[in-house]
Ligand binder design. Structure first.
Ligand SMILES: Cc1ncc(COP(=O)(O)O)c(C=O)c1O
Length: 394
């Protein structure tokens, strides 16, 4: 007998990274053409040695094996508040911070606290797929802001305005963006927030990649203006990328204490608290790893520069549309061919695993996302050679 499941979940696509990994499952690759895995945004390096050492000791402390407060330990909430104060030149209170089991969870609980079935959330295309998957599972309608490949780093205020209805509860922004790497200018982020908040709509800004920005100084003045203490702004953060601790699962929300009351109810049900030992890792990272983190950000910058140079190769017909943080968004040279087909062919023939644009929203068949954070600068030349090779092997 086939039992009925939740149709809202049933209608959602398979997790994209898992789908791409299926393409190479069980395959082995020759030493002269190893796999170049550009699919998942995972740093290619281990966490800081000092962090791992600290955790080994922390595991012996009885406190690390029990639940913490639902919103995280006071120590970590305070440490993150200080961290945000420095980065955003703002005044931030621990009362406005919740620690979560990763930034994905932060996003999910924030959305669920803000919107319900039948409500709408504006999502710029191309989007981070988990954001839309969660909306769909909740019966919330994603309303797409179409992609403009000529200006991937712009936020067209009037077009956003046109998408607003009486059911719009929020707009989600990822800056720097996954999948394009584009960084939105402070003035544009502020203008969007200003317009939305006048209409009672919340801007959810996911700043998972804030430490990998090309510009220095605060990404915007919203927190300096205290917007995170009022309804209308939700700022999300992840420890995963900055400190190379994707498996530890620590993220955070900064928002009004009114919204945190609602968030706390959801977090209590789904996680009770973020992993306690991982919170120790985050406290250590904030206290000791500024230099380490900045060094890794420079490494990513070098990889991005190498990639940009590689794409200037005269025989290459793949076009770099946008790049930054961990990502390059590329137009492939096979118009009319579905992006999944192009990506699968790259995996099969060139041993390059990357994600098709179609995983990131409508009208993205011409694009591929390359998560170059995984590939050392020395291998970019090889990547470009293989891409050139794929043009011939059409
Ligand atoms: C934009 C964005 N938000 C959130 C996440 C997930 O972060 P976490 O590991 O903290 O859940 C990712 C991971 O790729 C991401 O790209």
């Amino acid at each position: 007998m086939t039992l009925p499941f939740n149709p809202l979940v049933g209608a959602v696509n398979t997790p994209p990274i898992a789908e791409a990994q299926e393409w190479i499952r069980g395959r082995s690759f020759p030493a002269d053409k190893e796999l170049l895995d550009l699919a998942q945004a995972v740093p290619s390096y281990a966490p800081a040695e000092s962090l791992m050492h600290h955790l080994a000791g922390a595991a012996h402390a009885p406190a690390t094996s029990v639940y913490s407060d639902i919103l995280g330990t006071p120590e970590l909430r305070t440490a993150l508040a200080r961290h945000l104060e420095v980065g955003y030149e703002a005044s931030v209170d621990a009362e406005n911070i919740a620690i979560t089991s990763g930034c994905n969870q932060a996003y999910c609980v924030a959305v669920s606290a803000l919107a319900g079935p039948g409500d709408e959330v504006i999502v710029p295309v191309p989007y981070y797929f988990n954001h839309v998957m969660w909306l769909q599972m909740q019966g919330i309608k994603p309303v797409y802001l179409p992609f403009d490949a000529e200006s991937p780093d712009r936020l067209p205020l009037e077009r956003i305005q046109e998408l607003i209805t009486t059911r719009t509860r929020a707009m989600v922004l990822v800056s720097p963006c996954n999948p394009t790497g584009a960084e939105f200018a402070a003035a544009e982020i502020e203008a969007v927030h200003d317009r939305l908040s006048r209409l009672g709509i919340t801007l959810i800004i996911d700043e998972t990649y804030k430490d990998f920005r090309a510009t220095i100084g605060p990404p915007h003045t919203l927190m300096a203006d205290g917007a995170h203490t009022r309804d209308g702004l939700v700022q999300l953060f992840s420890f995963s990328k900055a400190y190379s601790m994707t498996g530890y699962r620590v993220g955070a929300i900064a928002c009004s204490s009114r919204l945190l009351v609602e968030v706390q109810k959801i977090l209590d049900c789904i996680a009770i608290c973020p992993p306690r030992i991982s919170q120790e890792a985050a406290i250590f990272a904030l206290a000791h790893l500024d230099g380490w983190r900045d060094g890794k950000a420079r490494l990513m910058e070098e990889r991005m520069k190498a990639l940009r140079q590689g794409f200037a190769h005269s025989s290459l017909s793949y076009r770099l549309i946008s790049s930054g943080a961990y990502f390059a968004y590329v137009r492939h040279p096979f118009p009319g061919t579905p992006a999944v087909q192009v990506a699968r062919r790259l995996a099969d023939r060139e041993h390059i695993l990357c994600l098709p644009g179609s995983f990131f929203g409508p009208d993205q068949e011409d694009y591929l996302r390359l998560a170059f954070a995984n590939v050392e600068s020395q291998r970019v030349e090889e990547l470009v050679e293989r891409l050139v090779g794929s043009q011939v092997n059409k």
